[in-house]
Design a protein around this ligand. Structure first.
Ligand code: SF4
Length: 194
């Protein structure tokens, strides 16, 4: 059998997501948001779902919270242009930015699982409670209880932290996210060198 080509598989998956109508969220979307960043990134950031700007442009984290995320990643010399792949739990915008329903998450989750399998990152950052709970279905803790801690699954190091949108409700969260990104960046550099 010929070796798998992750780029080709990712492009195939992208097309599938852009045309997906598997859950009711497709009904009001403008564009599905697949995710972006180099496919060989060692770091993957996972958020909840697209907002209005993301739905309009078909790109993840491009609104106010996205700009803040980019800024905080850049402080650690990380970016979606170079070394971070960004995706969401659900690929279509829930109406009025509500939290996606359990069934919608379950229906969309296999796309994320395939993205994780193709990117195969060594580090994953779960932004906010929805991402954290969708990834670990049974987790009861709040983000504040587990942020800043590594959870290791095989070769992968996973860290939950606050969603950047939380900073607009409480500015002190920025410091926590920055601390967590610094920890992640430090471990990442240990791995890749530099
Ligand atoms: S949210 Fe996911 S499962 Fe639902 S329509 Fe969009 S891509 Fe398909």
């Amino acid at each position: 059998m010929p070796p798998k080509d992750p780029h080709r598989q990712m492009e195939k998956l992208r097309k599938q997501v852009l045309g997906c109508r598997e859950c009711p969220l497709h009904q009001q979307r403008n564009m599905a948001v697949f995710g972006e960043g180099p496919y060989e990134s060692q770091i993957m950031v996972i958020g909840e779902g697209p907002g209005a700007k993301e739905d309009e442009l078909g790109r993840p984290f491009v609104g106010r919270a996205g700009r803040l995320l980019d800024e905080m990643l850049e402080e650690q010399d990380l970016s979606r242009d170079r070394n971070v792949f960004i995706a969401n739990i659900v690929k279509c915008r829930p109406p009025k930015n509500r939290v996606p329903h359990k069934k919608e998450i379950e229906t969309c989750f296999p796309y994320l699982e395939e993205q994780i399998s193709l990117v195969d990152p060594s580090f994953m950052i779960l932004l906010g409670a929805t991402a954290m709970k969708a990834y670990w279905g049974s987790l009861k803790e709040k983000v504040g209880d587990v942020r800043g801690r590594w959870i290791t699954e095989g070769h992968r190091h996973i860290m939950p932290t606050y969603h950047p949108a939380a900073v607009f409700r409480n500015r002190s969260y920025r410091q926590y996210i920055e601390e967590d990104l610094k920890t992640i960046a430090g471990k990442y550099r240990e791995l890749v060198g530099g």
